[in-house]
Design a protein around this ligand. Sequence first.
Ligand code: NAP
Length: 457
Amino acid sequence: MSSLEIIIQSIYVIAAVLFIVGLKRMSSPTTARTGIVWAGIGMLMATIATFFYPGVENFALIAIAILLGTIIAGYTAKKVEMTEMPEMIALYNGMGGGAAAAIAAVELFKDHHLPVSVTTLALIGGIIGSISFTGSLIAFGKLQGMVKGTFRFKGQHQINLLLLLGTLVLSVLVVAGFDGNATLVIMVFVIALILGIAMTIPIGGGDMAVVISLYNALTGLAVGFEGYVLQNYAMIIAGTVVGAAGTLLTQLMAKAMNKTLISVLFPFGETTQASGDAVEGEMKPIEAGDAGIMMAFAQKVIIIPGYGMAVAQAQQKVWELSQLLIDRGVDVKFAIHPVAGRMPGHMNVLLAEAGVPYELIFDEDEINQEFKSCDVALVIGANDVVNPIARTDPSSEIYGMPILDADYASNVIVVKRGQGTGFSGIENVLFFLDNTRMLYGDGQAVAADLVNSIKEL
Ligand code: NAP
């Protein structure tokens, strides 16, 4: 290795260390922003160092590609709403998988006499990256509402298994140098791309968060494999870290929904999408003034934020409301469900942004036993995560998912704009219970009305 290569590889290692430090800092809302900056500096260092690598050509093409990517990413990242973050993550994630697959393809086409270990890892990374690429695009389409419904048919999983076996058998032939031409390699990639689509279309929208996290882990793994092919330490370390972190996150999210990864990836049968008229009873409205009085004279209020709070950007007003209640001696707590909102930690980030102290924020398993002794549960923009049908209806898509037990509170106030269902599209039986009152309106406007009504007391 020349001294220039040693310097470049050392920069890659420093970049990888910066990725890891950045990731560590992202584990807390207080340090997350600087974590992104640390990781970004690492990425910049690795990118610049690559330009000096011996044998790198086509500088103009690389520069144009980087410029285009930077402009598109910068523009979309600025424009994207917080609520559309999962779609964006799915899309960028897919691009990462596609890029890893492209590296594999270039290496395999470039040189038919690669060592067996390199060919094998290039193929494994290429297959995983291709699956992640098309799978993430379908996940993006599902979240955007461009791909609607679940396409399930008999024998579907067997066909997918055959596709997977097909890529593996063809890969073995490529490694064995069976025909030495590009046809087999192309077939491996085409089947893997189809497999990504076929695997993702039967999966229900409610499970998309787990699927995106899984593809994120797979992209990391693919990048790690291709890092070995290119002998690039930064890619090996960063890919492995993303793969490991993504795998843990996938497990945690599946656990939060009380599902196994197998049941998410290989769904069987059709799920019910219960409609409003399937639920007995009626929704009973309440005015902000009455709801304000109810909370102001309560001993304990538990606030359950959900996706709607993010849409309404109501977190500041909700915290203002909480402070008024706390000043009146009310015991106020926030209950966060692990899959509330549209990305892991979504609610924690919003509440931290509004200045809610961490000691008032509780996870589902910490707070659930407290609902029985709670006077008012204020559900603001949450729906699926408080739907008691998850306990009672085995045919429901969310059956078995642990929920926040808001229905056990003496009174439940639900803030939402109208009759809209949650992410899973399932009607919520909580809204029809005797102890529930519906406070209709945009989350921010309603929270402001509640603040005013309490101030007037
Ligand atoms: P949800 O079930 O999606 O329900 C959100 C509710 O907010 C809707 O019923 C909607 O009713 C209401 N809403 C929307 N805009 C509003 C506004 N401006 N003001 C007031 N209310 C508004 O939300 P959730 O309870 O947080 O559950 C999250 C769901 O997303 C789960 O099914 C989860 O599996 C899924 N998911 C989670 C993640 C993750 O990582 N956290 C990722 C992807 C998917 P109206 O239309 O009537 O107002």
